[in-house]
Design a protein around this ligand. Sequence first.
Ligand SMILES: *Cc1c(COP(=O)(O)O)cnc(C)c1O
Length: 220
Amino acid sequence: MESTLAARLLGIRNRLAAAARRAGRADADIRLIAVSKGHSQAEVEAMITAGQSCFGENRVQEAEAKFAALQQRNELELHLIGPLQSNKAKQAVLLFDVIHTVDRPSLIEALAKAMQATGRKPRLFVEVNIGREPQKAGVLPEALEPLLRLAGERGLHIEGLMAIPPADQPPEPCFRELAAHARQHGLRELSMGMSADFESAIACGATYIRVGTALFGSRI
Ligand SMILES: *Cc1c(COP(=O)(O)O)cnc(C)c1O
């Protein structure tokens, strides 16, 4: 298992660097989040041994079970990339270094309270429902500006935007639109691109790519 994961990690890092080069960007400006949802703590540990320190999880509880007890926890950077319920805001603020899925006023209020109560300040991204899909999380593009304003009023510093483009269409137009929103609001970070499309996300300006299957294999 260890050598397979190490080889896959090297392969993805090489593809990241090549995509950065093609886009005329420095590969150090693009961070790889290894998405370990559906995979075991042992697999995470093997990935750490292979040199990866940045991980992403979808659910607070699964992440807690897997990461809270890890010896190396302090050297890791843990990203929440799945929807967050307001009643788990405190747990999330205690566990995660970066939360990518801020998408509604009630969650901003809950996060502000949790950050005050815990003294922790995870970095925050707003998730945008760029394809306007009714079943998907994320703020609609037209509601982004008021949400960012509310975050500012509550003392939350939003660093960037995150999106998952619709599965049934080419992702580039969505990536470009997300990048345009980030530029318009002066936000530096762009969390976009997964196993199937991270190279085009890099071409469109991604600063964080979220790769699961291509690193860990298929989820059970
Ligand atoms: C699962 C997931 C990923 C990783 O997807 P892969 O296709 O396995 O690379 C990335 N982002 C989010 C939000 C996810 O839920």
